[in-house]
Design a protein around this ligand. Sequence first.
Ligand SMILES: *Cc1c(COP(=O)(O)O)cnc(C)c1O
Length: 399
Amino acid sequence: MSLKYGHTLLSIPGPSMVPNRVLNAMHRPSPNIYEGELLDMTDTVFRDLKAVARTKKKLAMYITNGHGAWEAALVNTMSEGDTVLVLETGHFSRAWGDMAIALGLNIENINFGTTSDVDPNILEERLRADRQGQIKGVLMVQTDTASSVKNDVAAVKQVLELLGHQALLMVDCIASLGCDRFEMDEWGVDVMVAASQKGLMTPTGISLVFFGENASRRRDNLERISPYWDWKPRSDAEYFYRNFCGTAPTHHLFGLREALNILVLEEGIENAWNRHGTIASAVWAAVDAWGEDIRLNIVDPNKRSCAVTTVHTGAGVAKRLRHWCEEEAGVTLGIGLGLAPPGPEGLDSIFRIGHMGHVNVPMIIGTLGAIDAGLKSLKVRGGSGALDAATTALSRHCL
Ligand SMILES: *Cc1c(COP(=O)(O)O)cnc(C)c1O
């Protein structure tokens, strides 16, 4: 017997919940891809995605997931043997670096661990030692979805500027775009990658690479570039078909259009950041109230992502809790990823809550309520009052 037979929630940090409006917008016959509605609409999709990224720079769209965007960003800016510096803050920054190695790049990394963010002072020291300017790119994530840390992208750019270092600043915003403040132009980011299935509330399958002049020049000076990943025809084709190196992802474009209607035209990006901030604060308040063995991975509230929260539990509790929530309550929580603490239970004592994109009060209270009930049902030692703490945090929402 189970309590799960109602509207289920997917509270994992991507893919996120897709609004019914987006699903409905995709439910239609195939359109003409040579002229008409689809072409005009796609121009507005490019326009509004740039509004989300706060940029006037270029945008290339790919029919792929986030890993594809990682590869696109690297192959358009680097040649075999070039050195990139990876600012490691968990699983995802490391994985982007691993991809760079596989592409024949030379990798240096600074490991900031899985419970803290990039320290600009350490970065400064490392870049100062690069007198020859060997480092061609600095790779970082805004939010590392495994640790749920949020990095200060502007602070990293300030270090590059202070030293007059020419490395491209390349930022993965796959988990954070549309959730946490990100200002591509104001912060001076050269390349930014994102994907459709997290803050952008659209099924997996479209990824985005935004890039500026400096990055463009790198591409123009490459000896050779894979025609499929080349961002040039994708970003300024006079001919729609070349924007996608073939047939456009028609239905994803209709879906994205509707998601952008919600995010940009109706809610407004700054309001969306605020909403994510308040919803995240409700999650943190609940976890703090559970207490005992249950704690947040990132201690400093200013360094926590507003899109995902990584939670530690006592040995093995997270795994049992995830199963209880899914089987008994209809809520799917995220698994622990890439930051196993020492001990045999490893990742079984970590779970993650995704709160990105299409999330409002009943959704987050539903998720937190399921966890609260699960902890009681599993007789896990922990404090009470988590839902009270969460609703108090929500009640403080202001614009
Ligand atoms: C989800 C995610 C990725 C990977 O995206 P895929 O679509 O699974 O390839 C990369 N980086 C971050 C920060 C993510 O959250």
